[in-house]
Design a protein around this ligand. Structure first.
Ligand code: MN
Length: 605
């Protein structure tokens, strides 16, 4: 085509954030980003996405890097390219709603440290949860991108999305992003949605579509034909599967057309060569669940959520009932008013669906998060919730229909006092605000000079001396897509030299792998040694998880039905109650312990 008037497509590359988050559990280190920054900076991307909830979390939790330092060093290394971050509205990068003063300070510090474009979203598309963040972005003089979390349900229509986009523009949005986190979009649905949005709002429309079902590049093509000029892609070394369409492929697709991006394919290929080498280093974090999988088009359940659930069911020796859970998910989602399935609603719905199946009775056991959700703690569900389920979960407790953050008092001053001199800056206070326990440990470790990044398991290179324990599986937890997977390793004895052949079992699929034996990689399970529950006074759990809180001590009197423990599985908290009235005779768990179903955790007589 030789049209004189061209309207180039602008590319935002997500290799430094969503690419490695989607494919190698968010483990890429700053040291592997900086060497390629000069080449990335020369490309002429619309933006590079560099920061978000999972990257912040992984920096503090696993890599022992200060996430703020990552941002400032990328800012320095990428002077010519706008930097973008993903912000969960009032949740910022944490897992709860923050008071407005924390949101304002967080946005201001992120802007000062180098973020140019803030993509702001809320899991429920409740725009009240975006208000403060959007205002703060505007106040900082940066680009506020309002986000539509795309989902499919009887109450999500083209018109609801167009209305949401108009309201976002009214709130000051400089652009609108369609966020298809699960890979639900199809090419023709994209055409319709984009054409509607381009008509409805004056600001640019961006498309962020995961390639999970293998459809995203087709969706982008149709989006561009329908008037979208901004697409998110990922360097080919970290593209496709649960990540995004390849930057190089999309650039090539539009070459010589009116949509030509003008980007240099040869330079992009060199960047790909670099990242392909980087990816090898993180091979231990690769998972079969990041491959293309059309399931989301069948069950509307995101891939990461499916594997997570499969793991839960396997631990319950109930993998055979996984299809029951997939059938139950749409029912729970309907009961809860059709929330889009994205962090944290994907976990809320998934865990409740698993519990409904495993306990043999729907809503016999209800997680604290479902209760909080039904009390209005996350905002307004897209549609009315099921009245009977609500009554079962929260009885006659009043539902808060206001903006959740209106219940919160300013909290920066309290956070500053609580973290004290461990914080050397406001950024440190905000790190602590995002992750109270983890953040404090991180800041303490930094002060004491004891921060050590997790070891990167080497799949096939020599070195270490200590053998992996044989026979008994050892467990560790990896995070993919912000969701935790428990992986078991069983040593199978001899390897040559320091290399060990082991079976790595993820979601019931043992795979033989060879890697360097290192004890840092293998953490001993802590759950062994507890007796099996056999009496009514033996408090146990129905789901494997961690102890978040122990609410009673030896000698305490408890009522039947009183909560004695809070456990957490898949980031969901559940109260565990005593079945009988009596006195606490023994407590066999402490905060942080790993527990499995059937163990005696508390004894009551
Ligand atoms: Mn994404």
């Amino acid at each position: 085509m030789n049209n004189a008037k061209t309207t180039p497509v602008k590319i935002s590359d997500v290799v430094l954030r969503d690419g490695h988050q989607s494919l190698i559990a968010t483990r890429m280190r700053t040291e592997d980003m900086l060497p390629i920054c000069a080449k990335l900076d020369a490309i002429g991307f619309h933006a590079l996405e560099v920061w978000g909830g999972a990257t912040f979390d992984a920096c503090v939790r696993f890599l022992k890097e200060d996430p703020w330092e990552r941002l400032t060093s990328l800012r320095e290394a990428l002077p010519n390219t706008p930097l973008q971050m993903l912000l969960r509205g009032q949740n910022l990068l944490g897992y709860r709603h923050y008071a407005d003063d924390v949101v304002e300070r967080f946005v201001a510090r992120a802007a000062d440290n180098g973020v140019d474009i803030f993509r702001v979203f809320d899991a429920l598309n409740d725009l009240r949860n975006l208000e403060t963040a959007m205002k703060a972005v505007k106040a900082s003089g940066k680009h506020a991108q309002g986000t539509i979390c795309y989902t499919v349900s009887p109450v999500h229509t083209l018109e609801t999305y167009l209305e949401q986009a108009r309201r976002l523009v009214d709130m000051g949005a400089d652009s609108i992003a369609i966020k298809d986190m699960a890979g639900l979009l199809t090419p023709y649905a994209t055409s319709e949605l984009v054409a509607g949005l381009v008509e409805a709002v004056e600001v640019p429309v961006h498309l962020h579509a995961h390639a999970t079902a293998g459809l995203a590049s087709l969706c982008q093509l149709k989006a561009v034909e329908a008037g979208c000029r901004h697409i998110d892609t990922c360097n080919s070394a970290f593209a496709n599967g649960t990540s995004h369409p390849s930057t190089e492929a999309m650039v090539a697709a539009f070459q010589g057309t009116p949509y030509d991006t003008g980007l240099d394919l040869v330079a992009l290929k060199e960047i790909g060569d670099y990242f392909r080498e980087v990816r090898k280093k993180y091979a231990a974090f690769e998972s079969e669940y990041t491959r293309e999988d059309v399931s989301v088009q069948i069950w509307q359940v995101p891939g990461g959520m499916m594997s997570n659930l499969a793991n839960q069911m396997k631990e319950q020796n109930a993998l055979g009932r996984i299809m029951d859970v997939f059938d139950e998910i749409p029912r729970v989602r309907a009961d809860l008013g059709y929330p889009p399935l994205v962090t944290p609603t994907s976990q809320i719905v998934g865990t409740q669906a698993a519990m409904n199946v495993l306990t043999g009775e729907r809503y016999k056991s209800i997680t604290n998060e479902v209760k909080r959700y039904l009390l209005g703690g996350y905002g307004q569900p897209p549609a009315a919730v099921d009245e009977e389920v609500r009554r079962k979960a929260i009885g006659s407790e009043p539902v808060d229909e206001g903006r959740p953050a209106d219940q919160l008092q300013p909290e920066m001053a309290r956070l500053e006092t609580e973290i004290g001199e461990l914080a050397e800056s406001e950024e440190d206070v905000l790190t602590f605000a995002m992750f109270p326990d983890l953040g404090r440990d991180f800041l303490k470790g930094r002060r004491d000079g004891t921060l050590v990044p997790e070891a990167i398991p080497a799949p096939s290179s020599g070195g270490g001396e200590r053998p992996v324990s044989e026979g008994v599986p050892t467990e560790f937890v990896i995070d993919v897509h912000g969701e935790s997977y428990e992986v078991q390793i069983t040593g199978v004895g001899s390897g040559s030299g320091s290399k060990r052949r082991v079976y790595l079992t993820l979601d019931g699929m043992p795979e033989e792998v060879v890697f360097e034996a290192k004890n840092e990689f293998v953490q001993e399970g802590k759950s062994a040694g507890r007796a099996k529950a056999s009496a009514p006074g033996h408090v146990t759990t129905s789901m494997p998880g961690n102890i978040v809180d122990v609410l009673v001590a030896e000698g305490d009197s408890v009522e039947a039905g009183q909560a004695v423990l809070i456990t957490e599985a898949m980031k969901m908290e559940t109260e565990v109650q005593s079945r009988i009235q009596g006195t606490v005779k023994a407590v066999h768990v402490a905060k942080g312990d790993r527990v499995t179903p059937g163990e005696v955790l508390v004894e009551i007589e």
